[in-house]
Design a protein around this ligand. Sequence first.
Ligand SMILES: Nc1ncnc2c1ncn2[C@@H]1O[C@H](COP(=O)(O)OP(=O)(O)OP(=O)(O)O)[C@@H](O)[C@H]1O
Ligand SMILES: [Mg+2]
Length: 455
Amino acid sequence: MACFSWLCVCNNNQRRKQVAGPSSSLQSINRTRSRKRRAEHRAIVPTTSSSSDEPTASIPTNNSLWSGSASSEKSIPQLYEEKAHNLRQFTLKELKFATYDFSKLLKIGEGGFGSVYKGFVKNLDGKEEEVVAIKRLNPYGLQGHKQWLAEVQFLGVVEHKNLVKLIGYCAADTESGPQRLLVYEFMPNKTLDDHLFNKAYPPLPWHVRLNIALGAAEGLLYLHEGLEVQVIYRDFKASNVLLDQEFRPKLSDFGLAREGPTGNQTHVSTAVMGTKGYAAPDYIETGHLTVKSDVWSFGVVLYEILTGRRSVENKRPKNEQKLLEWVKRYPPGSAHFTKIIDPRLENKYSMNGAREIAQLANFCLSKSAKDRPKMSEVIDILSRVVTYEELDGEEEPHRLSTENEEESETESEFDLELQSVRRRMLHLAKLRESTGVIAKRRLALISKVGVGVSL
Ligand SMILES: Nc1ncnc2c1ncn2[C@@H]1O[C@H](COP(=O)(O)OP(=O)(O)OP(=O)(O)O)[C@@H](O)[C@H]1O
Ligand SMILES: [Mg+2]
């Protein structure tokens, strides 16, 4: 599966080229919640059992996981303690039984963190069997345990239709080393990554793509604003968007999630973690993490949804390998814009909708974190675009000669935008000459509105 999993993006000096965002800036997050200083964090995962097959001690004795929430009223571990009874504690024996001893035939995926198996566990009443996904972490060092613990605690606390449900966990010591497993609700339709990029699957229709984006945005909004404590997801990417029976999205993988800044803090300072191609450049550069880092990653995925291309594709020609640099050459207001739209959509998409999604993506990809929209604003825009019913995606505009095309691709975004405006004005002028009085008035109005209008 995804190859950049749990990648530590270490090059702090690396500065990526930005996709230009709109000039208007939004208010930065106005955080009014006052949170008391929390003195210490208590144990949250069950304590040691002498049997090698029983859950073992997994108690965080330091606060490193939760350093960002030193002043929160309630931290994730506290909330976890209140809700922990919701999670089941499995023995390794139970999970071996559930997966036919981790049979290769039941393996459904592999990430940087371990293998995922389909499994069958009995309900608590022991009567019915439930299909689950069981993630078994690779033998690991401290970091693996830390991420497992974060996942148990965050998913033990959150509850939202767009976040995957954690059913339980297992921590056991065996002769071959410590075992850490997670048991999730089973999501039958793989991930957004599979459906966008794996040609073995039929292409996702336009409206399904938009609804997936909208659901994922709602999941992020819940994390950012819907809990007592702010949560920064930190690993938003297409392979972490699981799809259910109806292709509704659920975010998975909370191993890198962090509590957000509190009190007067504007950000959380942390080692830079995430996935190459999705992490916000300001975060990579400074290690300063905010919810706006998630908004950046969301912008990247919006472009993946529009184009059907991954954020980084090393097999493409050099000037097309980095998605954000490539799409910069085809801004939403330009005549070339349709060139970036996923050809697998076969023009069955809303033209205006696609332009607005690209504008929204650019907004999310604003260079300065504070200029990026809040997820609530992202949702407002997506909710509107989802209602556009016409699938009037254009044919690719007439291709220029190869020579001209190469030339035009090196032109700046501004030049392209300008050319597009000029073309539209000329077009409008021609139309004015050949239309009646009423139409003339309408066109005059349209030309006043300017760049954003496509005829
Ligand atoms: N709850 C689930 N239900 C069904 N399949 C799942 C579930 N969770 C994970 N999978 C499958 O397992 C695969 C691997 O998931 P995993 O999260 O370990 O890796 P990844 O997202 O591809 O990479 P990364 O390690 O970077 O997150 C997913 O792509 C998906 O196909
Ligand atoms: Mg994942």
